[in-house]
Design a protein around this ligand. Structure first.
Ligand code: HXC
Length: 516
């Protein structure tokens, strides 16, 4: 073979690998509203930065005629590239090749990428679009999945792992994304479930569509499995790029900085009048966040799930921070089971990856009721408490209004080692709200009074004067300062500058026993 013939052979192999399952299947993929594995990589990564690994890998199976169906690359495109100039490993399943199904070799390719990512301290992004285990390969394919799951678990907390589900993801296959840090889904084209609609119908007699059972809406609003949704593939990939910009490459690094940007003037100026005079009136905590952090820097996580707590990434003077905030617009900002789990998972991610925490607190307490108690609010609420307790990143808290009861302790209080705690003059820090407190401690006095209603009002006024303010807590040093809302940004930036290199540790242990 001449040199030219050898070069031609290589070119032919490359073209074959890049063709995936062929033009017909690519057309079907496009017709169903999806991009191909390679088109997705091209949008996700900086132009021209992708370097492929394993383009010529072929499966080894001979059963059920598979020996006659060879597609170089075996249904997954793997390699590395850059996002905004920063390195990333990526795998992208190719649904046009045997439905993106996972064979032994397909799994080996993903595992190779994951091993390299951990060794080099670089995050992994997985673009999932697969019919699951390659049925013709049987247990070998199941073993391949387990190899991936094991690596996901070992890499957890070492490098960020992001999963986009951009097609079907069924059976045990959902557990790889589930172990990773964030899941992205696309409306109408992606779904995740342990068993599909047919099995559901057989077992429970429920009739449900794939979309209703495990589509992006179901998982972003009902189950909380999905953190980000988008209308199409391109939008999903741009969201992944955006999230990447807040994250460090690994647990030994600090997150990257961006150019600082003052918040919009109108939003900053509105801060002083945001909290209503009437403590029972709600306001939008996102207006508080946006009046303080860098303009357009707030990227909300889990936007449609457990809306009574708001979590997300933002920047303060260009530095990445994780925001956790009670939302008075939903359930009056009470902590319930879902909010506790959502908050805890986010706090633990930020702590694992050196992202300082900024907490905005307006919480009347934990949500009462049999649903909550029988659902385990005790153990789930403990997750959030535990997460804040164990977090060693810089931690600051701004009490905007209510900080009542156990929720005061939980929401990053001074006592669980927050570094800087401030309150606005509108803060009310007490064991419970005025009405409830007066009814309990003065029940006899009120009942015996000539005019019980007048007595109650008088006692409420004196309780309010004593407790519905931040000054008792300030007198004890539990809040470091009482500040005007408009001072918050400036003070946070200054304090973050001095606590950014904080060194704190937890006692030596094999691992913790987070209440699950
Ligand atoms: C091998 C598969 C496959 C699979 C799809 N294909 N799934 N090949 N193994 N698991 C192939 C099809 O034969 C077809 O090949 C091509 O992919 C496209 O599939 P279609 O059915 O034509 O596509 P569509 O109508 O879009 O339906 C997609 C689908 C469906 C919903 C994913 O294919 C399906 O239900 N597949 C089986 C899903 C499943 O039950 N998987 C096992 C889950 S359990 P041609 O040659 O025609 O293009 C599991 C265990 C994991 O994964 C365990 C981990 C612990």
């Amino acid at each position: 073979m001449s040199l030219q013939e050898k070069f031609n052979a290589l070119e032919e192999m490359r073209m074959k690998s890049q063709a995936g399952g062929g033009p017909e299947r690519v057309k079907k993929q496009h017709d169903s509203g999806k991009l191909t594995a390679r088109e997705r990589i091209n949008i996700l990564l900086d132009k021209g930065s992708f370097e492929e690994i394993g383009a010529f890998v072929q499966h080894r199976s001979k059963d059920f005629g598979l020996d006659k169906q060879q597609f170089p690359g075996d249904g997954v495109v793997t390699g590395f590239g850059k996002i905004d100039g920063r390195p990333v490993y990526v795998y992208s399943q190719d649904f046009t090749v045997l439905g993106g199904s996972l064979s032994e070799t397909h799994a080996e390719k993903i595992c190779k990428i994951m091993d390299l990512a951990v060794k080099n301290g670089i995050p992994v992004i997985g673009l999932n679009d697969s019919g699951g285990a390659r049925i013709q390969e049987g247990v070998v394919s199941l073993g391949g999945y387990a190899e991936v799951f094991w690596r996901n678990s070992m890499a957890s907390g070492v490098i960020p792992q992001l999963s986009a589900v951009m097609g079907p993801c069924a059976g045990g296959a959902v557990y790889s994304p589930a172990i990773t840090d964030f899941i992205f889904m696309v409306q109408d084209t992606s779904f995740m479930f342990v068993t599909g609609p047919n099995v559901v119908k057989t077992v429970t007699h429920e009739e449900v569509s794939s979309e209703d059972l495990g589509g992006a809406s179901a998982h972003s609003t009902k189950s909380g499995v999905c953190h980000f949704t988008s209308d199409n593939d391109a939008e999903c990939l741009m969201q992944l790029r955006r999230l990447y910009s807040y994250l460090p490459l690994n647990c030994e690094e600090k997150p990257p900085s961006a150019s600082p940007a003052e918040p919009e003037t109108s939003k900053a100026e509105a801060l002083d009048s945001l909290v209503p005079d009437n403590a029972n009136k709600p306001y939008d905590i996102k207006d508080v966040i946006e009046g303080i952090v860098d303009a357009n820097s707030f990227m909300e996580v889990h936007e449609q799930y457990a809306e009574n707590i708001v979590v997300g990434f933002a920047r303060l003077d260009g530095r990445s921070v994780g925001i956790v905030a009670n939302q008075p617009l939903s359930l009056a900002g009470c902590l319930d089971i879902n909010a506790s789990i959502k908050g805890a998972r986010f706090v633990r991610f930020c702590d694992a990856f050196n992202i300082p925490l900024v907490v905005f607190e307006d919480v009347p307490g934990f949500l009462p009721g049999t649903d909550q108690e029988w659902g385990g609010i005790i153990k789930h609420g403990a997750k959030l408490l535990y997460a804040f307790c164990e977090a060693t990143v810089p931690k600051v808290t701004i009490i905007t209004r209510k900080a009542y009861g156990g929720a005061y302790d939980v929401m990053n209080s001074k006592h669980i080692r927050a570094d800087y705690n401030v309150a606005w003059p509108t803060a009310e820090i007490a064991v419970m709200g005025t009405k409830g407190a007066v009814e309990i401690i003065f029940r006899k006095e009120i009942a015996q009074a000539d005019d019980p209603a007048a007595k109650q009002a008088e006692l409420e006024a004196s309780y309010e004067e004593a407790f519905a303010n931040p000054y008792r807590a300030a007198a004890h040093g539990y809040v470091d300062e009482v500040i005007y809302p408009h001072e918050t940004r400036k003070k946070l930036i200054r304090v973050m500058e001095v606590i950014q290199h904080k060194v704190d540790t937890v006692p030596r242990k094999k691992h913790d026993n987070l209440p699950l």
